[in-house]
Ligand binder design. Sequence first.
Ligand code: UD1
Length: 419
Amino acid sequence: MEAYEIRGGRPLSGAVTIHGAKNSALPILAACACISGTCRIDNCPDIADVDTAIAILSHLGCRAWREGRAVLVDAAGLCRCDVPQVLMGGMRSSVLFLGALLTRCGSAELAAPGGCSLGCRPIDLHLWAAEALGASWWCEGERLLCRAGTMAGCRLELRCPSVGATENALLMALGCPGTTVIANAAREPEIADLVRFLRAMGARVTGEDTAELTVEGCAPLHGGDYLVMPDRMETATYLCAVAGCGGELLLRGARPETLEAVTDALSRAGCRLEREAGGLRAAAPPRLQPPGCVITRPYPGFPTDAQAPLMAAVIRAGGTTGFVETIFENRLRHAEQLCRLGADITQYGARAVVRGVRQLRSTELCATDLRCGAALVIGALQAEEVSRVTGIGHIRRGYEDLAAGLRGIGADIALTAEA
Ligand code: UD1
């Protein structure tokens, strides 16, 4: 079984380059299925979820391949509208092929999407948007079928600002005659990145960075080049790593304006963060102060994806930190694992109270989801002897070579493959 072997207890220092954003690249790659010209998506992270997106596009009849940091997609040959269970189950973003295929082919045949197990992750809003725009859907066994009827743009007022539902509604609206307004839309920067990509390919979409997106449907789409934004969550992960371990880092390419809720929390914890030409410099004291209560919220609130890494950063802080997870019902599974390292965490449903301890003990840990994996690595980096983190397939889904990145800034972390 593959594992990371981590000898912790040393501060981090040096520079790390932030890769392209997973949560931008995946919706953009799904959107490529709507476009018959060739799209060159640059700064595409080399992660397992991008491989899954390439496999789905290839299955659909598109040509999709990697050239260095770019993924190229030529969807001219798209000839089918079904995605098999084995590919759907590989990641959560496979659900975005619903909107892309409905627009391109007028029908989609999917299975349940995979991704991190964070509790119930319904797609009722995605299906409601499809229906409101004129499509119908039904289930046959494990398959979800969706067919376009008389499609027409309309006002879609989302019950909550779901990132995935906003993206799917956007992709569906591209193929609907007339105007679609998506109100109470999610405002995550990755949605703005998707909008900018679509506009660069000829779509008429406005309102990015606001809670109301407007789409004039049926604009002719064409291929082109696009540069994916840097990953906010990879940035947050390295920031939490240096915050937990102490030291000083330069995060090249980081865009701090996209993660102010995280940088604010780290500043309250005693880190010094300074924007620099081309990136962000972060300096952390040997022991953090508690940053106060952290409540996850839709953007621009504190991101649910950064909750686990921040929790791992404060397990040795000089005081108590509270966490409230409001987005997903089961997103504190890392807490139990961090306790195995000697952290003092009490969980009350979706809340956790972390009392900082002076010393951690090395142990065996198992990642149960992507950000849990990142949190366990950050926890192990603070324990002085050797810890092992298994379940690293979860980490590979969303981080491009996290171990190499950490080694480059002084961490003692190695990939082992023994039984
Ligand atoms: C979520 C995060 C996003 C992050 C992504 C990857 C939020 C608001 N979204 O996006 O920032 O990048 O995970 O980890 O923090 N919901 C429904 N019905 C639906 C869709 C969603 O009830 O059809 C609910 C979900 O159960 C959840 C909330 O809406 O409570 C937000 O879900 P959503 O934004 O769709 O999740 P992701 O798109 O996975």
